[in-house]
Design a protein around this ligand. Structure first.
Ligand SMILES: Cc1ncc(COP(=O)(O)O)c(C=O)c1O
Length: 501
């Protein structure tokens, strides 16, 4: 067992069963140290494109990119073909919003469309993917990605629908215990879902919705503050409902510690894993998380509006029941007897309501099969270095320089501790972010802007390369100059004005 890119800040080094020999000498180094050592070995500056090429050559997961369709620069609606070579793949750093299309998605969809055309209703029971239980074959694959047992996972509905269904069973407020603890800036849909659940139960969000904000002047929550809030307010909290990774800041919460703190105070603890699933290692079962939900169109690449996931820990199999029933929650063996005598499936499977949209199952299957070719620990190892490299380059070029207060700079609001983030970095600019975003789009970069002032950039270890990260940072320099902010570099070799093509 060899430690690979054991970042110094990470006190829990991940172990790799094999590592590329050429990288052995970098074991135990931070991302910064790794980049600088490679640069020295290659006799190049640390910002040289050769360093990115070297890292890509050493990347044992690089073949997985070929399992996805990467849009061409020319196909991006805002790309300016006088600035970039339209035939090249774009710099896609927006898997935090919508993952790339797995190549097999189209094939699987065509198979089911053909089956429908040729056999009609018989497709429910026939073929490689019988529609009546197609999603059941994917739950084991999904369970591996979220660290659960297959029986603890259901694939169904959309994320917000699943959040509602789970809260209907886990949020049972009483006069003494009626609060939901959430992030002050939770994603709007989560906020609305929890607010409406509180009202549905006859309580007032003003007194029952407990939002936790970062300390004044800080962007992210401190774990200590979350745990202290649970300790202080726990007796009145019915449900602690956090995200796994915060959509705006990219902060990865200490889900194990939050689950334990909630359990000690008698609260149910749920997580919205929309930005965590497929991004970071999850151990929903081992952490004793009570329930969780997630969408699959971000890091799990199932396509817009794809089939969402739900998790209920097996410890609840016998006492947590779905509040709402549908025939898909009925035991499969007797489901079609149509006797109106509900034989509820155990655990989360009983929460199913409707028969599955087979057209949504197909792309999810295609993506989960790619995940099956690797593992979340392997993806995480790459991710630590990939995002660490992005952070290194941004700080190198655009970090705040007290000696040059007017130089445009970038502040990374995502925690610098790799244990507290996934692959996304959220960037705040000293100049207008909307202009930068537009200029990046012209240069073939796909990333996203979130109000009020953040650019989210997510190098996804499943398909992004170190060259993508390097190309992005070059494009950012060019975008800043185009916005009239002048050259910002300390490294003339890199900022010759030549754009990635
Ligand atoms: C954290 C979070 N919650 C909820 C949602 C809404 O998901 P859906 O529209 O699939 O219900 C999103 C969508 O991006 C999200 O990021």
């Amino acid at each position: 067992m060899v430690k690979l890119w054991n970042l110094q800040a990470d006190k829990h080094p991940v172990a790799a069963s094999s590592s590329p020999p050429a990288m052995d000498r970098f074991v135990g180094l931070t991302a910064r140290e790794t980049v600088e050592r490679i640069a020295a070995q290659l006799d190049r500056g640390p910002t040289s494109a050769d360093v990115a090429s070297y890292l890509d050559q050493q990347d044992t997961l690089r073949h997985l990119r070929r399992k996805f369709l990467v849009p061409r620069m020319a196909d991006l609606p805002q790309a300016d073909l006088s600035l970039v070579d339209g035939s090249q793949e774009c710099i896609y750093l927006v898997g935090n919003s919508l993952g790339l299309q797995p190549k097999k998605a189209g094939k699987y969809l065509r198979e089911e469309l053909d089956k429908w055309a040729k056999t009609g209703v018989h497709g429910h029971m026939a073929g490689a993917r019988p529609w009546a239980w197609a999603e059941n074959t994917l739950e084991g694959l999904m369970a591996d990605v979220v660290g659960a047992k297959a029986e603890e996972v259901a694939l169904m509905n959309g994320l917000t629908v699943n959040l509602h269904l789970l809260l209907l069973s886990f949020y049972k407020p009483t006069a003494a215990r009626h609060k939901i603890l959430l992030e002050d800036k939770a994603f709007p849909s989560d906020h609305y879902a929890e607010e409406s659940q509180i009202r549905l139960r006859g309580f007032d969000p003003a007194g029952s919705m407990l939002g936790l904000a970062p300390r004044p002047g800080e962007e992210t929550l401190r774990t200590r503050d979350i745990l202290e809030e649970i300790e202080r307010e726990g007796d009145s909290i019915a449900v602690v409902m956090f995200s796994g990774v915060q959509y705006y800041t990219g902060q990865l919460f200490d889900m194990a510690a939050i689950a334990e703190a909630g359990r000690k105070k008698g609260c149910f603890v749920g997580f919205d894993c929309a930005h965590a699933v497929g991004n970071v290692e999850l151990k929903l079962h081992d952490w004793g998380v009570d329930f969780a939900c997630w969408c699959s169109y971000k890091y799990v690449n199932s396509g817009a509006g794809g089939l969402a996931g739900a998790f209920v820990h097996e410890k609840h199999d016998h006492h947590i029941k779905p509040a709402l029933l549908g025939w898909w929650g009925h035991d499969l063996k007797t489901r079609f007897l149509m006797d109106n005598e509900m034989q509820l499936q155990r655990g989360v499977s009983g929460f199913r309501l409707s028969n599955q949209p087979i057209l949504l199952v197909c792309p999810l299957q295609a993506s989960l099969e790619v995940f099956k070719k690797t593992s979340m620990p392997a993806l995480r190892r790459k991710s630590l270095l990939l995002t660490g490299y992005l952070e290194y380059l941004i700080q190198h070029y655009y970090g705040e320089d007290p000696a040059r207060p007017h130089k445009p700079h970038v502040r990374i609001i995502t925690p610098s501790d790799p244990r507290q983030r996934g692959c996304q970095l959220s960037l705040c600019f000293s100049v207008n972010v909307a202009g930068i975003y537009r200029e990046l789009e012209k240069r073939g970069v796909a990333c996203d802007m979130r109000e009020p002032s953040v650019l989210r950039v997510a190098p996804v270890p499943l398909y992004n390369s170190f060259a993508d990260v390097h190309g992005f940072v070059q494009a950012l320099g060019s975008a800043l100059r185009a916005c009239g902010q002048g050259a910002t570099t300390s490294d003339p070799e890199e900022h010759s004005g030549i754009l990635p093509r």
